[in-house]
Design a binder for this molecule. Structure first.
Ligand SMILES: Nc1ncnc2c1ncn2[C@@H]1O[C@H](COP(=O)(O)OP(=O)(O)OP(=O)(O)O)[C@@H](O)[C@H]1O
Length: 669
């Protein structure tokens, strides 16, 4: 082996030496050497193959690295000291948008935006002088003049080549990062702005919160310290109530709202309160009202309230303010009682006065009239139903009016109704009113007597003329204080005082079943009986004086009545009572004969009624002539019959109700 190695060495140095050596060798040694050489050749060939393989691998690797370099995602350039591009990969060429070949030996600064060229030169100089890695940011002019942000990352070359010293620079596209940075910057600015706005809003909120808190405190203070009770209610629930409101009902502690009314009020007070709320809901209660109630410990109280619809949290509610007026109310009641007492006292005093010759428009100073005045005063101080009995013409309506004028209802209306003139079929319409169209002939809404007399007095004259069916209907209203107008569906409440009158014997009618017992007792609470004129003839001078004053002509002195006529006044019976007396004075003053003593019924009919006045013969309409004729006839017969309407109706041959209607139509009173 040593020999072979030596041979090899010597063979490599000098082939001649080898040949000499071969000559000195034996055949065996030569064949051995040939074998050895052959083996060695094989070894060499094998080494050669290995070297080829390694070369190929190196080639492949170089190609990979070349591709990697060429197409790496980072641009790569090699610069010389002047800034010329000595090497460049495809990526930077693509970034700049030109062929790679055109890049080689070009000035890199020419691909930079003008302002950044200086940065590049400084960067390169620093890399070459410091021999350290350098990093800077510049902008490439980029494709289609779209500047591209890049980072230059340079490592100066250790060895110089044909171009002198060199510097390898990675050119990294940071445009996305820049954009991101820009975006982040913008976002940061926006965020900062939003943060500022939020801070501002938060500060405002805090401020508002503070203002709200103060305002809430103020309202709470106001609500708690105001002398009125305040509550907010909805559907029977108290949404809020201040201390004063709770205290009104005897509660000291504020509960947790909302709370049911039942929790705040005792059973009986709650019922009243709920009724009040229902009335408010229906719009029946005035904005200001008064109501009685009860505290938790059962003390009766009076409350004055005011209500207003409001909207709370998007829903309707009632705002209620209430104050305790128990003391004022008690005072009022005491005053009212005192007033009544004084009124009674006045009336008692008045009634104790002798020689009363006049009460209101009622004339008379006789003892019977004095007794009647007593009754009138009593009736005036009460609100009970009054029944007046008196013959025709004694002044029933006059007395009813006087009672009304002296009563507490004097400010309200007095509605006189002649029951005899109302046909049964129209009873309900007349008394209760009707709605337009509720029956044939109901052309418009009509107010009934009850509605007209609401809070005032309804005077029902000729009460005996009401049929039992009519009495039932009236009784229902008098008992319930409610009625239903014709054509309506809801009941109407009414508050009237009833004064009734008749010249017929009502007790007699009751016994005959023409007046219902219940109706009779309902209206017969307070009775006044008017004496006929024949029973109080000592009132005649007063009446003469009264009517002479009333009917004399304005510019004439007061006439006197001759003694003989006065004598006749005293002797005559006056079946038509004061009305007849009043007519007699009127006739006397107008120069007509006082024929009430002499003229017989037949003469009168002939003289007056049956012969219409000449004037009426003219060119007037037939109906007008007939009406005048009828009026005169009725008046004459009434006079003849001393205003006794039953007798008059009998003489004329017509029913009493018809006579009443005709009298009303012609204005005969
Ligand atoms: N005492 C009196 N003093 C003054 N005038 C009187 C008196 N009584 C009646 N009169 C007058 O007599 C007339 C008839 O009175 P009134 O209509 O009140 O009577 P009446 O009883 O209601 O009659 P009738 O029964 O017919 O309905 C009226 O003008 C009234 O003013």
């Amino acid at each position: 082996m040593d020999k072979i190695a030596e041979f090899q060495r010597k063979a490599q140095g000098n082939v001649n030496v080898i040949a000499e050596m071969i000559e000195e060798m034996s055949n065996q040694e030569i064949s051995h050497l040939i074998h050895e050489l052959w083996v060695h050749q094989i070894q060499l060939e094998s080494q050669n193959d290995e070297l080829h393989k390694q070369q190929r691998q190196l080639e492949t690797s170089r190609s990979h690295f070349h591709d990697l370099y060429m197409y790496a995602p980072i641009g790569c350039c090699m610069f010389d000291k002047e800034g010329l591009i000595r090497e460049a990969n495809e990526t930077i060429a693509a970034q700049l948008g030109i062929e790679r070949e055109h890049l080689l030996n070009a000035r890199f600064a020419g691909f930079l935006v003008e302002e950044d060229q200086e940065i590049f030169f400084r960067h390169l100089k620093a890399a070459f002088t410091t021999k350290c890695r350098q990093m800077d940011f510049v902008r490439l002019t980029g494709k289609r003049h779209q500047p591209l942000d890049v980072r230059l990352d340079s490592i100066p070359g250790i060895n110089a080549d044909e171009y002198g010293e060199q510097c390898w620079t990675a050119i990294i596209d940071i445009s996305e990062r820049k954009q991101l940075e820009k975006l982040i910057k913008e976002r940061t600015i926006k965020l900062a702005q939003t943060t500022r706005q939020l801070e501002q809003a938060a500060a405002e909120c805090k401020h508002m919160d503070e203002a709200l808190r103060i305002s809430e405190q103020q309202y709470r203070l106001l609500a708690e310290h105001v002398s009125d009770g305040i509550a907010m209610l909805r559907n029977g629930e108290v949404l809020f109530a201040n201390k004063t409101f709770l205290a009104l009902f005897g509660y000291a502690d504020a509960p947790i709202f909302p709370i049911a009314l039942s929790m705040l009020m005792r059973e009986d007070a709650r019922k009243r309160f709920e009724d009040t709320l229902i009335e408010i809901d229906k719009g029946l209660l005035k904005p200001r009202f008064e109501m009685s109630s009860m505290t938790r410990d059962g003390r009766d109280i009076w409350l004055q309230g005011a209500h207003r619809p409001i909207e709370w949290q998007g829903m309707a509610a009632i705002l209620l303010t209430m104050r305790d007026i128990t003391d004022t109310k008690r005072l009022e009641l005491t005053l009212e009682q005192e007033k009544k007492r004084l009124q009674k006292e006045i009336i008692t005093l008045k009634s104790s006065l002798k020689d009363r010759y006049k009460v209101g428009e009622i004339i008379g100073k006789s003892a019977v009239m004095q007794a009647m005045y007593e009754q009138i005063f009593k009736a005036a101080t009460s609100d009970a139903s009054v029944f007046i009995y008196g013959e025709s013409g004694t002044g029933k309506e006059l007395i009813a009016r006087t009672i009304h004028k002296m009563s507490k209802r004097r400010e309200q209306r007095f509605i006189p109704v002649n029951c005899g003139a109302i046909p049964e079929t129209l009873f309900e319409s007349e008394f209760f009113g009707h709605r337009k169209g509720s029956f044939t002939g109901a052309f418009r809404d009509k107010q009934g007597f009850f509605s007209a007399a609401h809070k005032g007095t309804l005077f029902l004259d000729e009460l005996g003329e009401l049929t039992p069916a009519m009495q039932v209907k009236l009784l229902r209203v008098l008992d319930d204080g409610e009625y239903m107008p014709v054509g309506e569906t809801t009941l109407k409440k009414v508050d009237v005082r009833i004064i009734t009158a008749t010249n017929r014997n009502l007790d007699e009618l009751r016994k005959r079943g023409l007046i219902r017992e219940d109706f009779f007792f309902r209206i017969h609470v307070f009775t006044i009986t008017i004496p006929p004129l024949r029973d109080r003839k000592d009132d005649i001078p007063l009446l003469v004086d009264h009517f002479l004053h009333r009917y004399r002509a304005d510019d004439e002195p007061l006439p006197t009545i001759p003694a003989y006529i006065m004598e006749m006044f005293y002797t005559y019976d006056w079946p038509g009572n004061v009305r007849e007396f009043q007519n007699a004075i009127q006739r006397y003053l107008s120069g007509q004969p006082l024929n009430f003593l002499e003229t017989t019924q037949e003469e009168s009919l002939k003289a007056n009624a049956l012969s219409p006045s000449k004037g009426s013969q003219d060119h007037r309409e037939f109906q007008a002539v007939m009406d005048e004729f009828e009026k005169k006839l009725i008046l004459n017969v009434l006079e003849q019959q001393r205003w006794n309407k039953s007798k008059t109706a009998a003489v004329l041959g017509i029913p009493r109700r018809t006579l009443y209607r005709k009298m009303e139509r012609y204005g005969i009173v």
